[in-house]
Design a protein around this ligand. Structure first.
Ligand code: ADE
Length: 352
């Protein structure tokens, strides 16, 4: 399978001026650069751990498409960052035995960007568009007939001599990925035959992912150590793999023993101020701020963002999903509120 990636622009996935967070689920530059040759990514359904309902649905769709000799229907994958949407697109292309062309919606600024991708597709190829909720209007309008009728409608010439030309496209599969399914226009959303949500991973799956990655990196690590990474990676494989690399650094420098154990993981992650539930400084500041407002909120998103010096979109799509997931935070119509569980977590940190 060949992967072609074009100008992946994810530059605004982190708020401006912010120092990189070890537990930020958005990809860091190094991870974006390695989409093409990252040996850690699973390549088939059989080595993709977790997301069983998703694999079941897509597995059937792939088998049916292969059986009929057709392109797979268009797929929309949505859910928090870092859960494996890009990886799943690559798995799909491997299972289908087709090329995967990877791009990101903000990179499709000019009509020629999307046109260039579409006219170069081979029959049944997979086109992956990340952050599809950010698709520029022109690209979106060119995509509608392409998705529905395999047709590219182009305007040739200028002014009074301009004409419409329709170009036939080969059958292809669009895999769109988004952290904000609600921000897609409904005509675009309606053109996907399969719309599937990725869920945060459970501890056993995360432990298995840490073990798999450790094996690929040639690390000798105990089961308990992998479980400790699982507990601290916010339900997110991308973070698990990143934490594992930070633990590897720590182990290299310490050079204490042959096996990485849970004590070493604990020390390494404490150094990065990632606590026992995977919270970092910004999470703790957010919860701490809520505690200080009438004993727990409510506080509106914009106020919270201003108080923390963060961008509200980053708070909403990157920081909050995990705090909501673990039940430390609630979104109410009047604003954000810390829960009893969130309070007790913060209190336990303040005692230390
Ligand atoms: N690495 C990152 N995500 C993974 C997954 N879901 N399965 C196996 N390895 C992974």
């Amino acid at each position: 399978m060949a992967i072609v990636s074009s100008n992946i622009d994810r530059s605004d996935s982190r708020s401006s001026g912010e120092k990189h967070r070890t537990v930020d689920p958005s990809p860091i530059q190094e991870e974006i650069g390695s989409v093409r040759e990252d040996g850690l990514r699973p390549k088939h359904f059989s080595d993709y751990i977790g997301q069983t309902p998703l694999k079941d649905v897509l597995g059937i769709a792939v088998k049916a498409a292969l059986g009929r000799g057709e392109a797979l229907d268009h797929v929309l994958l949505y859910g928090p960052p870092g859960l494996g949407k890009t990886t799943m697109a690559l798995v799909l292309s491997n299972e289908l035995g087709v090329k995967c062309r990877i791009t990101s919606a903000p990179a499709l600024e000019r009509p020629r960007d999307i046109v260039g991708l579409l006219v170069n597709l081979q029959p049944k190829d997979l086109l992956f568009i990340d952050e599809i909720h950010r698709l520029p209007r022109v690209a979106e309008e060119l995509l509608y007939p392409a998705l529905e009728d395999k047709r590219l409608d182009l305007t040739v010439g200028k002014g009074s001599t301009s004409r419409m030309r329709s170009l036939e496209l080969p059958p292809f599969t669009l895999v769109g990925a988004t952290t904000r399914a609600g921000s897609l226009s409904s005509p675009l959303r309606d053109r996907f035959g399969l719309t599937e949500r990725l869920e945060f991973y459970g501890l056993q799956d995360l432990k298995a992912i840490a073990q798999r990655t450790a094996g690929l990196l040639g690390l000798v690590i105990s089961e308990d150590a992998c479980f400790e990474i699982a507990r601290r990676c916010r339900g997110t494989p991308r973070i698990a793999n990143r934490l594992l690399k930070r633990v590897r650094d720590f182990a290299t420098v310490r050079d204490e023993g042959a096996v990485i154990d849970s004590r070493l993981v604990d020390e390494a992650l404490n150094l990065h101020r990632v606590d026992d539930r995977g919270l970092d400084e910004i999470d703790r500041r957010l919860l701490g701020f809520l505690m200080g407002v009438d004993g727990g909120g409510p506080v509106g998103l914009e106020t919270l963002a201003a108080a923390l010096g963060e961008d509200s979109a980053t708070l909403e799509s990157v920081v909050e999903p995990y705090l909501l997931q673990v039940g430390f935070l609630q979104r109410t119509p009047r604003g954000r509120v810390i829960t009893a569980r969130g309070k007790s977590h913060i209190a336990s940190k303040e005692k230390k």
